[in-house]
Design a protein around this ligand. Structure first.
Ligand code: OXD
Ligand code: MN
Length: 597
């Protein structure tokens, strides 16, 4: 097959790579994606005509599609995700590792002819605003039109990428659903393979994904590139690729503060990214909801961009009550996957506002009623929405140089022990708070053993040894010096002994953000405790909020005995990284232990 004639690039290396992938996978056709609206509409219609998608009611949800996957392909598959570094030790104890030569052989064997009967799309994309100093480029080869139309929303797909690649290089991404079609064989609505491999080759900046069509397994710009591969690039080049939302707070005087925050899944990250402030005069705008790339700028401060162009959010639980700005981002031009369909052709999911419909088509395509006893939408059902549609998107969200970060926040879901907010003594202590961040499963009781430590919320996304990752945080702190962001740790989820939530959360979290900005400004004080600095009584603005003084005291309580009871778990967590656990982290641990007495 000659693929060069209508190729939009003359780059011999790219042409050769595309040729090689085509020779291995034998698609019927190669199409060079250009990222145009025309292309989006054509491929969307192709998915509809082929039976894998349907248009939603255009009066309710214009230009939007519904896809249904299959039960075997509904989420990221961490057990099938590999870091194929040259040396096993470089993947660290928390990643699956496979020798790169061996993995390539396995993938080559199973990929022979795997695109037969399909079109192979070549998708050039930018992670970050085109031409920016932090932006990186990639090319994803995929045999899934669903991937092409999702990538068009999640990344910046454009032929201009080929020009930028000449200056900056690119990450090679190969994706196949692994479901070839024999001559005359009819396609299924969601092709995928029982066998799945999500593999990363950090020394070659390459990603190879086989067998899944879903989310982070298939949209390779997101977790695979923007976190796993980018984290290895960032370590080498002295910048940061983090699983963090980015937001801007503006105070009543019009001064801006920028916050980047890392939380494990199910801790309300998207809600915080689009929060509506309940503090008079304070405004919040969203820059990104999932990933931050950050580099030191000419003034020595740390500048962040959102490398993505869209939101790939969990639909269930998103409502006017929990996150109106996310919901309003979904009015049109969206792709929904595994949500339920209403009788009037719109979408529905659990915990949406309003009454539960009496009849739906569920995510498996079956009739559903409230008596069905099953969820109508899959719990990991997703929306893919252009970030530009978010009503509170920051006017500077695409600024090529990014925004200067004032505050880092870490957090997790803890029903006890961890106060509403505490501030790190310095950046190295902040790096320790991130390295030891912990969360309880949503339904957990007050059982310390149930907590999962998820350093920087990067456990599933770090492209190298997590111990080295912790060292990278300490190194960045050294490099940034007194320009480093101030670090905080929050816990919105503390409960009373009777199981009542102590903090209202959602928009009222802006009150805690305000305190952080005032700490940055030096206009409020704080009290020193063994674990860090906590607000003085009365310093968190509670105007108009009905939280009693006793509850506030409980929310900010630091019980040394409780904290001591966690020391073994922290030590075990750090020791897991053996030699690569930085001395600086162990020093932080020892210092905490000493302070707890
Ligand atoms: C996500 C995740 O989908 O973190 O963003 O799992
Ligand atoms: Mn995420």
């Amino acid at each position: 097959m000659s693929i060069g004639e209508n190729a939009p690039t003359k780059n011999a290396e790219i042409l050769q790579w595309v040729e090689e992938v085509a020779a291995l996978t034998t698609p019927d056709k190669v199409e060079w994606s250009d990222g145009s609206k025309e292309e989006w509409s054509r491929l969307a219609q192709l998915c509809v005509d082929g039976g894998s998608a349907q248009w939603l009611n255009s009066e309710k949800r214009p230009n939007s599609l519904l896809f249904r996957s299959v039960p075997a392909d509904v989420a990221r598959v961490e057990g099938r995700t590999y870091i194929c570094s040259e040396k096993e030790a470089d993947a660290g104890p928390t990643n699956n590792w496979c020798d790169p030569v061996e993995m390539k052989k396995t993938l080559t064997d199973i990929s022979k002819g795997c695109m037969k009967g399909r079109t192979m799309y070549v998708i050039p994309f930018a992670m970050g605003p085109m031409g920016g100093p932090v932006t990186q480029y990639g090319i994803e080869i995929s045999d899934s039109p669903y991937v092409v139309i999702n990538m068009q929303i999640m990344a910046r797909v454009s032929l201009d990428v080929y020009t930028e690649i000449e200056k900056k290089g690119y990450v090679k991404c190969v994706h196949t659903v692994g479901y070839p079609l024999a001559d005359g064989q009819e396609d299924v609505s969601w092709p995928c393979n029982e066998e799945k491999y999500i593999t990363h080759f950090p020394s070659e900046n390459m990603i190879w994904s086989f067998g899944s069509g879903y989310g982070g397994n298939a949209l390779l710009g997101k977790k695979c590139f923007a976190l796993r591969i980018a984290s290895t690039m960032a370590k080498k080049e002295g910048w940061m690729a983090e699983h963090m939302l980015i937001l801007r707070l503006t105070n009543p005087e019009g001064k801006n503060y920028h916050v980047a925050a890392a939380f494990p899944s199910a801790c309300g990250k998207t809600n915080l990214a689009m929060l509506q402030s309940t503090v008079e005069g304070w405004k919040v705008e969203c820059i990104g909801d999932d990933i931050a790339w950050m580099k030191q700028g000419p003034d020595g401060r740390l500048y962040a961009i959102n490398p993505e162009a869209g939101f790939f959010g969990v639909a269930p639980g998103t409502s006017m009550a929990s996150n109106p700005m996310a919901l309003k981002s979904l009015d049109e031009n969206c792709i929904f996957t595994n949500v339920a369909l209403t009788d009037d052709g719109d979408v529905w999911w659990e915990d949406m506002d309003g009454p539960v419909p009496s009849h739906l088509i569920d995510w498996k395509g079956n009739d559903w009623t409230p008596e069905s006893g099953e969820k109508a939408a899959h719990p990991n059902a997703r929306f893919t929405a252009p970030a530009a549609q978010c009503p509170v998107i920051c006017p500077d969200w695409e600024k090529t140089e990014g925004v200067p970060i004032d505050v880092f926040i870490f957090g997790g879901r803890r029903t006890s022990i961890v106060p509403l907010v505490h501030e790190a003594f310095d950046f190295a202590h902040g790096a320790y708070l991130g390295a030891t961040a912990a969360s309880e499963p949503t339904a957990a009781a007050l059982d310390v053993k149930a907590i999962r430590r998820d350093p920087y919320a990067m456990l599933p996304f770090c492209g190298y040894d997590m111990g080295d990752y912790m060292q990278h945080w300490l190194d960045m702190g050294e490099k940034l010096g007194d320009k480093a962001p101030k670090c905080f740790y929050v816990n919105w989820f503390r409960k009373t002994a009777e199981g009542k939530w102590l903090w209202p959360g959602f928009g009222d979290n802006s009150r805690v953000l305000k305190w952080m900005c005032e700490r940055v400004e030096g206009t409020v004080g704080a009290q020193e405790t063994a674990i860090g600095m906590i607000p003085n009584e009365g310093d968190i603005d509670l105007t108009g909020l009905d939280v009693s003084a006793e509850d506030m005291a409980e929310l900010l309580k630091v019980d040394t005995a409780e904290w001591k009871s966690e020391l073994d778990s922290v030590k075990g967590h750090l020791e897991r990284f053996g030699d690569t656990c930085p001395k600086g982290m162990m020093d932080q641990y020892e210092a905490l232990k000493a302070r707890l007495g």
